[in-house]
Design a protein around this ligand. Sequence first.
Ligand SMILES: Nc1ncnc2c1ncn2[C@@H]1O[C@H](COP(=O)(O)OP(=O)(O)OP(=O)(O)O)[C@@H](O)[C@H]1O
Ligand SMILES: [Mg+2]
Length: 265
Amino acid sequence: MNDLLSVKNLSVAYGEKTTVRNVSLRLAEGAIRCLVGTTGSGKSTVLHAVAGLLGAGARITGGSIVFCGEELSDATPSRMRELLGNRISLIFQNPENFFDPIMRIGDQFAEFLKYHDSSLQNAECADMTVKALAEMRLEEPERLLSLYPFELSGGMLQRCAIALAMLSKPRLLLADEPTSALDIVSQAKILGELKRLNRETGTAILLVTHSMKVATALDGLVSVMHDGEVVEEGFARDVLSQPKAAYTKELIHSLPDIEEMRLVE
Ligand SMILES: Nc1ncnc2c1ncn2[C@@H]1O[C@H](COP(=O)(O)OP(=O)(O)OP(=O)(O)O)[C@@H](O)[C@H]1O
Ligand SMILES: [Mg+2]
């Protein structure tokens, strides 16, 4: 099967310092892959490189990123803007950063919808938003339209962020620690929603997490990153039961409660 995303020998430097070295990973249509590693291992850098969101001080120094047959490592900013929020969507650790704090939820969805289709009327936007929020199993979605982000819990707001990210029916959802700021129950629920969305919509997911437990719960592929390199990859459950790299073993042994994460779907 053709890859949706193929990263080959990617290297990224911040200034003179190379922080991601020769990272390769593949993601088939509709697949899930987690990038797992401790802080500073380069996970977000890889995700930002794929999204074309590396900051001004960072540059890709080698390798390639091919999405749907298109080379993205040298894509122009305007091409990346076309892809983002369209065929590729993003969610982050803190959903508060995703939303404008002084704009009602409904208006933020309407703004996004009208950006993609300027012919849409307010009532149509409201209908589409309610449907998207209900799809993320948010209760009383009509009521949410008039609320501000701070009026929602972290879990609810992350559901709103996912609903917004999924509006364009992206082929690829990039998620950077989407559940790390949540309590354990909300975490399991949000991961359950991501798994369900993946199954029902076929949107592939590349998810960054420091937790092998999260990767195992999502039950897809995993790339273990350490010090800027991928040290091991495979199906999460195989890597968990038979880790090969010394670093992976360390990562697993630091998680005595590995069995406890059960997705809530
Ligand atoms: N804007 C930046 N300028 C300079 N160095 C950076 C920048 N962003 C990240 N780095 C460095 O690159 C390395 C990888 O960082 P990155 O954020 O990709 O790691 P991470 O695995 O996502 O970590 P975390 O789990 O803490 O989010 C780190 O050593 C970090 O200090
Ligand atoms: Mg990070």
